[in-house]
Design a protein around this ligand. Structure first.
Ligand code: DGL
Length: 258
């Protein structure tokens, strides 16, 4: 592994592409390898034990191909950071802690809503980093499926999202965390439904930390323009359809068995 090695990044599906999109703009000189682990989608409904072996195998694969860091572009998988750190040697960039820190700096009235998967909420990691606020968690696994299946902003989608959010409406929130990278794609819908609330998107949380780490460890890729490869662990054709629906730049796409 050296400064020319790629950066590994993964999620259960297309959610983490919201992180990748920001990274490609922010660090255009870096090479990225993105894994959409569609075989085990959705992560958020797996048990705590199941998810450990699922994410460990992605980590081992990245170490085998020699990435220089691993971005965990998924809150559900980030809840297993301690476990992964015990099994991997590569520097990890999970997204829960930096997202929570950003929310803490943002809130004034200390009432924060958290939209996330069952696994993320039950891990209580956000609670750990947000001890001094009133945290209102809301399990929203349905939103994950909506996004992965290529939602339209039709009345049915809006109804599903609005009926979930209605339970948060009388809580005097000034901040809401999108604690699942899939929800980035719903940013506009959610912010329209929750006006007067600042939305913290977990997809943006690691940009500066990663850039600083690469600089201070002499790992900045000296090239001008980097490459992006996308890997799915299941059904390349359906993955490409999803990329088209979210108007993602279609980079090189491979399917591998992991
Ligand atoms: N995008 C993921 C997250 O941030 C996982 C969603 C899922 O697979 O359930 O939690």
């Amino acid at each position: 592994m050296n400064e020319k090695s790629p950066i590994g990044i993964f999620d259960s599906g297309i959610g983490g592409l919201s992180v990748l999109n920001h990274l490609v703009k922010y660090l255009p000189n870096e090479d990225f390898i993105y894994i959409a682990d569609n075989t085990y989608f959705p992560y958020g409904l797996k048990s705590s034990n199941e998810i450990e072996s699922i994410v460990a195998r992605i980590g081992y694969y990245f170490e085998e191909i020699g990435v220089k860091t691993i971005v965990i572009a998924c809150n559900s998988a980030s809840s297993k950071t301690n476990f992964l750190e015990k099994h991997l040697h590569t520097k990890l960039f999970p997204i829960i802690e930096p997202t929570a820190k950003k929310a803490l700096l943002t809130t004034k009235n200390k009432n924060i809503g958290l939209l996330a998967t069952k696994l993320t909420i039950e891990s209580k990691l956000y609670d750990k980093y947000l001890k001094e606020v009133n945290l209102f968690p809301l399990i929203c696994d349905k939103f994950v499926t909506l996004v992965e299946n290529g939602f339209n902003s039709d009345s049915n989608t809006l109804k599903i999202i609005d009926s979930h959010l209605s339970t948060l409406k009388n809580k005097n929130l000034d901040t809401i965390i999108l604690g699942c990278t899939h929800f980035s794609f719903l940013f506009d819908i959610i912010s329209n439904l929750m006006s007067d609330v600042t939305i913290i998107d977990s997809s943006l949380s690691i940009l500066d930390d990663l850039k600083d780490y690469l600089k201070s460890n002499n790992l900045v890729n000296p090239q001008v323009k980097g490459d992006v490869s996308l890997i799915t662990t299941k059904d390349k054709k359906s993955f490409i359809n999803k990329l088209e629906k979210i108007k993602m730049n279609i980079y090189d796409v491979k399917e591998i068995n992991l």
